[in-house]
Design a binder for this molecule. Structure first.
Ligand SMILES: COc1cccc(CC(=N)NC(=O)c2cccnc2OC2CCNCC2)c1
Length: 389
């Protein structure tokens, strides 16, 4: 009963993979809103649901502390994601968000937050269909409450609250294989501070390599190479939206970003998201775009370092500047901002630059999933134009 819960859900089931009689699209029809369960699912006696007002500093701090101590670790339990409070506020309040989709579980007596799950609304295009979805993220159960089957209840409760807003599909990622990945991505790391990465065990010194040789190997220029390369600003939103919409149209699954979405997700926000563009010095046309988000990791049990400063490739568009040169400029900027490593999934055209720019393959995979939406043939990662936080 490895997937006891997921076998009860409207997701592609392993037994159905390859059954081409099943059409792409929703697996179950919407339920009339009057038939959606009106009250929250039952929790074990000591616990209660709490809707988390992420605008409240106290609540945001409780969420931050729960995730800092109990969220996703790498396979060797050496690192743990350490999303900042400002990042959480950004990630959870996009245009049209619902406070009711920021769901916590706390101990009735102590009011201690012990579990969390979230959804945010997103318009996602699948082939030629624009589908309103919830992007579900930050599922976290306190380490001391694991194996109490709390996660299935959290998932059912966020699903119920999404249904109440008349949304019937969702998108999510996981490092584990569940029924059934829509795509499976490889992740890649580009060392920016190789000495620290080796000191903390993130990287290993290559065979027949010295530390000084390794530092030299990953050294980057002090300044970017592309004329007209600059930070994105508010007045660039219309041009970046046009550039990004056109670029994303080539992928089978991609967000359907409008100007409001671009303003929220891609305008630079210090220590949260960085975005740059190339404005042609001659024509002032915006020809290229690149971005990354900031997600540090706590380093577990290292005497000299407590945090790994990690940049995650977000959305990149090259129409005039070679993608290789654009991404090398992004690495130069990330190094200058003191990031230790730059991560990228092999989605979109990322595979075309990772090898050239000295990325090394990560030791895990990131699986993408859709809820209540069948895609008969799993996508190649290069057919995926969606990056989740
Ligand atoms: C380096 O510190 C880590 C701390 C926790 C987990 C991992 C490995 C891992 N699971 N990495 C990823 O999932 C990953 C690798 C490359 C790019 N994006 C990623 O995940 C993103 C997107 C999904 N939500 C988490 C952040 C690494």
């Amino acid at each position: 009963n490895r997937h006891k819960f997921w076998e009860t859900q409207p997701v592609g089931q392993f037994k159905d993979v390859g059954d081409s009689s099943l059409p792409d699209g929703p697996i179950e029809p919407p339920t009339p809103l009057s038939e959606v369960k009106q009250e929250p699912y039952n929790l074990p006696n000591l616990y209660e649901w709490i809707t988390c007002d992420i605008n409240s500093d106290e609540v945001c701090t409780d969420v931050y502390n729960l995730l800092t101590d109990n969220y996703v670790e790498d396979d060797e339990n050496m690192f743990r994601f350490n999303y900042s409070k400002e990042f959480l506020r950004w990630a959870l309040r996009p245009p049209g968000y619902f406070k009711s989709w920021h769901i916590g579980v706390r101990v009735k007596s102590s009011k201690k937050l012990v579990a969390f799950i979230t959804g945010v609304p997103a318009r996602i295009r699948v082939h030629d269909e624009i589908v309103l979805m919830a992007e579900v993220n930050f599922l976290c159960v306190h380490k001391k409450l694991r194996s109490k089957r709390l996660a299935p209840v959290m998932i059912k409760e966020v699903t119920r609250r999404v249904h109440l807003e008349n949304i019937w599909q969702a998108a999510y990622t996981a490092g584990v294989v569940l029924p059934t990945p829509m795509s499976t991505c490889q992740y890649w790391h580009r060392s920016l501070n190789p000495k620290k990465l080796i000191d903390v065990g993130f990287s290993k010194l290559g065979a027949r390599m010295t530390m000084s040789r390794t530092i030299k190997l990953f050294k980057l220029p002090d300044s970017t190479a592309t004329p007209g390369f600059r930070k994105m600003e508010l007045h660039d939103v219309p041009a970046v939206t046009r550039l990004l919409r056109n670029y994303l149209s080539q992928f089978i699954v991609a967000p359907d970003f409008d100007e409001n979405d671009v303003e929220h997700w891609l305008l630079p926000k210090e220590d949260v998201v960085d975005s740059f563009l190339v404005e042609s010095p001659e024509t002032h046309e915006i020809t290229d775009f690149c971005s990354f988000y900031t997600l540090p990791s706590s380093i577990l049990g290292n005497p000299n370092h407590s945090t790994l400063k990690v940049a995650y490739s977000y959305y990149n568009v090259s129409t005039k500047t070679p993608l290789l040169q654009l991404m090398n400029d992004v690495l130069i900027v990330a190094k200058k901002k003191d990031f230790d490593v730059f991560n990228a999934l092999d989605v979109m055209q990322n595979e075309t630059f990772v090898k050239e720019l000295k990325f090394g393959p990560g030791d895990g995979k990131l699986h993408y999933y859709l809820y209540n939406y069948r895609i008969k043939h799993a996508l190649r990662s290069s057919e995926l134009g969606l990056v989740l936080l």
